[in-house]
Unconditional design. Structure first.
Length: 149
């Protein structure tokens, strides 16, 4: 099991960011989130194993249909959607996964990896899917990634 004290993370900054990733993933695994998350990707300087990464870059892919269903309401007028709550769901999700002033964790939310990368000015040089509901071994994926270097 990879831990913050793993030799791969001898530098204090990497241990700190890994600890933040552990906290985010624990909250994600716990569930009870305002969006249905289907994939988690790590990218950027942390994944490139930069000696002193600035932040932890995460991309959360969500299921738009399942998320929409969460905001469906039925009353005497029939089914309708609580659109104002649904519109706030990305910021509510970020609030569930990290503290408000935490600038060292950058969480992007998108319905697909393709849609996210289409809007980038520069292509991502490295991106690793670390979690899905069916494959939750994110630590193993990181361990394997860093052992290749």
């Amino acid at each position: 099991m990879m831990t913050p004290s793993d030799t791969r993370f001898a530098e204090p900054r990497k241990r700190i960011l890994y600890g933040k990733l552990e906290r985010v993933m624990k909250r994600l695994e716990k569930g009870d989130l305002p969006m249905v998350i289907t994939e988690v990707y790590v990218f950027g300087s942390f994944l490139r194993n930069k000696k002193r990464p600035r932040d932890l870059d995460l991309l959360l892919i969500y299921d738009s249909d399942a998320t929409l269903k969460m905001y469906e309401a039925v009353d005497g007028k029939g089914p309708h959607w609580r659109l104002s709550q649904m519109g706030r769901s990305p910021s509510m999700l970020r609030g569930c996964l990290k503290s408000n002033a935490e600038k060292s964790v950058d969480i992007s939310i998108c319905p697909s990896l393709e849609e996210y990368t289409r809007d980038l000015l520069y292509p991502m040089d490295v991106c690793l899917r670390i979690w899905t509901p069916a494959d939750r071994d994110w630590r193993g994926k990181l361990r394997e990634h860093f052992s290749k270097e």
